[in-house]
Design a protein around this ligand. Structure first.
Ligand code: NAD
Ligand code: UD1
Length: 345
């Protein structure tokens, strides 16, 4: 298939491009580079062994820009990663998050339908479950209250896309609810490149290990979990990338006939690891120190979040292959080989 990949220069998008090409697909990336560096695409092309990844520096809120992209070629599907994702920033700038994530997606979807492309995979998040009603979380678990505007953009966009599919069954909508992506491509050439102080656990650990930050703050050790620290379903980004390729199956006739609906999948490993499990695995596997101290709980955090990934296994034939040691090893390879992230282009 020929796939439009919005946000393809970013962390998950760049890894997904590799898996798409490996599976025989082609892609065109649309990204405004607001949170990414085009060097990621050069490195993706090197890894795949092609001269370049077709790239259009276009904002998904720019109708005319998108129109040119659609006029130049035909797409079988869109994998839609583009969006702002910093939880704390979304609390300070809710308008910017709703406008970019929701406004941008509405324009993208409008341009897709006008150009006859009605297959979309959307990057959703475990955050839509709020404080989950059951653990492990299945797709039948009701959606919950999000604690920040970023989370609400995911929850609302799921609803928008489901309603569009219901009104026009020619649409095929796949919602992938990611758990906690970590790790990097085994080459060490691409990885997560956060701006400023990392919000998420793994980039914070790697920046402490490489000497950019003094110590990790562990947010709370009094949760009702085995060691008192938060438990999450960390998933290797290469596994997550492969789930997108597997999800393209939803656009084939065989699956569509059996279930004409929006497809919703949890994308996680089904295993919960605590914050201290991750820190200890990182130190053990990589042989580097990660000083840490216990800090108060972070507002909005929940104790435990991991999924039941059986639906994706049964319907898509997808299952995570990598374990915790791979995750911490590959995160460190990327960070240690690229201490300052991507070079300026
Ligand atoms: P990322 O920031 O690395 O990638 C997102 C890309 O979208 C960036 O390259 C950015 O420049 C681009 N972008 C943002 N707004 C745009 C716009 N208006 N037009 C064009 N491009 C735009 O983030 P990521 O970690 O790769 O996440 C990809 C998607 O997955 C996001 O939608 C994110 O919310 C979602 N997600 C991420 C996580 C995670 O932990 N990383 C978890 C759940 C869901
Ligand atoms: C967060 C977001 C979620 C988003 C996801 C992926 C919140 C409340 N949720 O999930 O919406 O989809 O990232 O981007 O922000 N931790 C520390 N010290 C740190 C950083 C994290 O102890 O410096 C702990 C957290 O308290 C948590 C665990 O590590 O228990 C994982 O945190 P994080 O990586 O931020 O992911 P989530 O909070 O699960």
């Amino acid at each position: 298939m020929n796939i439009l990949v919005t946000g393809g220069a970013g962390y998950i998008g760049s890894h997904t491009l590799i898996e798409l090409y490996k599976a025989g697909h082609t892609a065109v990336v649309v990204d405004n580079l607001s949170n990414s560096n085009p060097v990621s695409l050069q490195r993706v092309a090197e890894i795949i062994g092609i001269p370049e990844i077709p790239f259009c520096k276009v904002d998904i809120r720019d109708r005319e820009g998108l129109e040119k992209v659609f006029a130049a070629q035909k797409f079988d599907a869109c994998i839609h990663f583009a969006g702002l994702k910093a939880v704390g920033e979304s609390v300070e700038k809710p308008w910017e998050y709703y406008e970019n994530n929701i406004g941008g997606t509405l324009i993208l979807v409008d341009m897709m339908r006008k150009n006859g492309c009605k297959n979309i995979i959307f990057s959703s998040s475990a955050t839509v479950y709020g404080d989950p009603a059951e653990i492990p979380i299945t797709e039948n678990c009701p959606k919950g209250q999000c604690t920040n505007p970023y989370g609400w953009t995911k929850s609302m966009l799921e609803q928008v896309l489901m309603d569009i599919q219901k009104a026009d069954p020619a649409w095929n909508v796949v919602l992938l609810r990611y758990f906690n992506p970590v790790g990097a491509h085994q080459s060490g050439r691409i990885g997560e490149n956060p701006n400023g102080i990392p919000n998420n656990l793994m980039p914070y650990i790697t920046q402490v290990a490489v000497g950019k930050r003094k110590e990790l703050g562990v947010f709370g050790n009094d949760y009702p979990t085995p060691d008192g620290t938060g438990v999450r379903d960390f998933i290797h980004v290469v596994d997550l990338a492969a789930a997108h390729v597997a999800a393209l199956k939803c656009f084939t006739q065989a699956i569509r006939q059996s279930s004409n609906q929006t497809f919703v999948y949890n994308v996680g490993t089904g295993h919960g690891y605590s914050v201290l499990d991750m820190v200890k695995a990182f130190i053990r596997v990589n042989g580097v120190d990660v000083p840490y101290s216990i800090k108060p709980r972070r507002a909005g955090d929940i104790a435990t979040c991991y999924c039941n990934p059986d639906k994706a296994a049964a319907e898509l034939g997808w299952k995570a292959q990598y374990g915790i040691d791979d995750m911490v090893r590959d995160s460190w390879r990327w960070q240690s080989q690229n201490p300052d992230g991507y070079p300026e282009n």
